[in-house]
Design a protein around this ligand. Structure first.
Ligand SMILES: Cc1cc2nc3c(=O)[nH]c(=O)nc-3n(C[C@H](O)[C@H](O)[C@H](O)COP(=O)(O)O)c2cc1C
Length: 189
């Protein structure tokens, strides 16, 4: 008898810097993912600022690629920093580009969110703003566990490895919950 079908997850990081804690958290997710799950990471670094005049002439190739990756993924995993109590502009800009018609690719997607930041709140405010966009775009964000990695400089080592055991366990549990959530929503059997 064959096992359950593989779940493909697209990781989307809200930070572009090389030593990003959020990209490091996505790498941790790749390290800790359960059997039967794949995680690829999207590249949103070359997106132009959103411009409706450009959009009506056609999506830039980087946006087309991102839209296709979203469409093909069974689920999405956002990793976001908090910038001034909200999500970073680069992440919002990428979401805005991908969200435009026709066939906005976010609709119906199971979503999990993680975040790492300098402050005590561990990106909670950014994550809640991101959840509002998920609602408008008809995504299905997983409620729990929340993965809020506060004071990130104390939780990762110099190589960008998440050394905090509680954080690692939260990410492990989140991915298991995302796999269940994706199957429950009928995206995968
Ligand atoms: C423009 C900007 C705004 C920031 N605002 C916040 C904030 O509101 N709350 C917070 O905890 N950290 C804030 N920070 C600090 C970030 O949490 C920190 O730079 C974090 O490492 C960014 O994530 P990254 O390591 O993935 O790039 C801000 C950083 C920048 C550059």
């Amino acid at each position: 008898m064959s096992g359950p079908a593989e779940i493909s997850v697209l990781g989307i990081c809200g930070s572009l810097r090389a030593a990003s804690y959020n990209m490091a958290a996505l790498r941790t997710a790749i390290e800790l993912k359960p059997p039967g799950m794949t995680i690829a990471v999207a590249d949103i670094s070359a997106f132009p600022p959103y411009n409706e005049d450009v959009r009506v002439r056609g999506f830039p190739p980087v946006v087309e690629t991102f839209r296709r990756q979203i469409k093909e993924a069974d689920a999405l995993l956002f990793a976001t920093p908090e910038y001034n109590y909200s999500m970073p502009g680069v992440l919002k800009n990428a979401i805005d580009w991908a969200s435009r018609p026709p066939d906005q690719p976010f609709a119906g997607k199971p979503v999990a969110i993680i975040g790492a930041g300098a402050g005590m709140a561990g990106t909670a405010r950014a994550q809640y703003d991101l959840r509002r966009s998920c609602v408008f775009l008809d995504m299905h964000p997983l409620n729990k566990p929340e993965v809020l990695i506060g004071q990130a400089h104390t939780k990762f080592d110099a190589e960008g490895r998440l050394t905090d055991e509680a954080g690692r366990n939260f990410i492990r549990d989140l991915l298991l919950a995302l796999a269940d959530w994706t199957r429950l929503l009928g995206r995968k059997n």
